[in-house]
Every structure is written in structure tokens, then in C-alpha cells.
Design a protein around this ligand. Sequence first.
Ligand code: HEC
Length: 201
Amino acid sequence: MKYALFSFFASSLIFIGCEPNANSSSEEVEVQIEEVDTVDYLKEGQQMATQTQMILGKNLMKAIQSQGTEYAVSFCSNEAIHLTDSMALALNARLKRVSDKNRNPNNKASEAELAYINQVKTAISEGKMAKPQLTKSGNKRIGYYPIFTDKRCMQCHGSPESDISPSTLSKINDLYPDDQAKGYQPEQLRGIWVVEMDKTN
Ligand code: HEC
């Protein structure tokens, strides 16, 4: 039955093809079937990024509330990557946050990631929506998702003169001598989530 359906499909392709080809017969036709993912990886990745962001945010806010912003900088420095990695383990994917203006040198965007970041920035400057993106690479599916700043981020990523307190500033500068992640305003692109998933279907 499967075969019958297939040959019907193949011959109907010849029939509706625009280019007449004298040599083709239904036996010889090569039908190229584009592999379509049955899992919506763009959406799956988005959920993983959102979930991880919520865990990070919750822990960060708890650290700020319990022991202040300066302490939260050290907390973030010690825990952000660990928390992200343990979420990745639980979700059976690889997750990271990268930026064109990174604080941690390990979070520097690669060329492909930078290209996406620039694309988002252009879209925003043209008043368009920042869309996530999915790349296929062999058996991997890699999703990119924008991360925006809001008011809560300013005490550590805002202006060193007016938003970041002197004690927080010196903590940041101690831990990250090459920090590039200051000087942001709310609603700006701070970086992206990169979610790498193995194709399961
Ligand atoms: C208490 C200070 C603090 C606050 C508040 C804060 N961050 Fe950060 N952020 C940091 C530190 C410290 C790092 C470096 C973490 C590391 O070493 O992995 C960082 C790193 C990041 C990174 C990874 C890329 C990089 O630059 O290394 C992103 C993305 C990010 N922050 C986004 C945000 C957003 C969005 C907010 C607001 C919702 C926010 N942060 C609030 C301190 C903070």
C-alpha cells in the first residue's frame, strides 16, 4: 500500500511538472523528499530558554533581596553558568547565554551568533519584531532567542555613573576586568540564548 501511494505521487509529479522530460518514466524518476521535522524545535528551544531564564532570574532576585546587589554579583559569577548547565542536563540539551558585549569572557558570541545578534538589532531599528531563529546542522537543531534588558538589570548592566552603585561597580570590575556589559538601558538587546538540541525524530 505504501508503495502504491508512493508511485502515484511520483507519477503525479511528472504530470504536473512544467518541464517536459522525454526520458523520464515513472520507474526512473527521482523524487526528492525534503525531510521535515515533526517536532517544533524552535518552540521546544524557546521553552527551555524561558524556563532556564526564570530559574536564573528567581535565584538572582533572591540573592539581591537577601544579601544585596554586591553579593548578587558574586552569586551570579559563581552560579549563572552552573545553573544554566544543570538546566541543560535536566532538559537534555545544551544551553548558553552569549553577547556581543559580554561580561564573562566565556559568553562571547561566535561569528554565527553575532550575525544573528546584528540581524535582531537591524530588525529592531526598523521597528520590526525580534524573531527567534532555528539552524539545522546535521542531527542538531540550534535555536537563537533574544534576551532583553528591563529596569531590574540596570543595577548591574546600566550606567556606571547613575545606575550601578560604587560598591557593586568595584565588585564587577574586580571579577571582570574586561567587562563590556555596562551602559545598557531598559529594553535593549543584552544577548541571546543559544539552545542546541539533538534531533529526536
Ligand atoms: C546583581 C547583578 C546583576 C543583575 C541584576 C543582572 N545581571 Fe546579568 N550578569 C551579571 C553578572 C555578574 C554576569 C556574568 C555571569 C557569569 O560570569 O557567568 C552577568 C551576565 C549576563 C549575561 C550573559 C552574557 C555576559 O555578558 O556574560 C546576560 C545575557 C545577562 N547577564 C542578562 C541580564 C539581564 C537581562 C538582566 C535583567 C533581567 C540581568 N542580567 C541582571 C550580573 C547581573
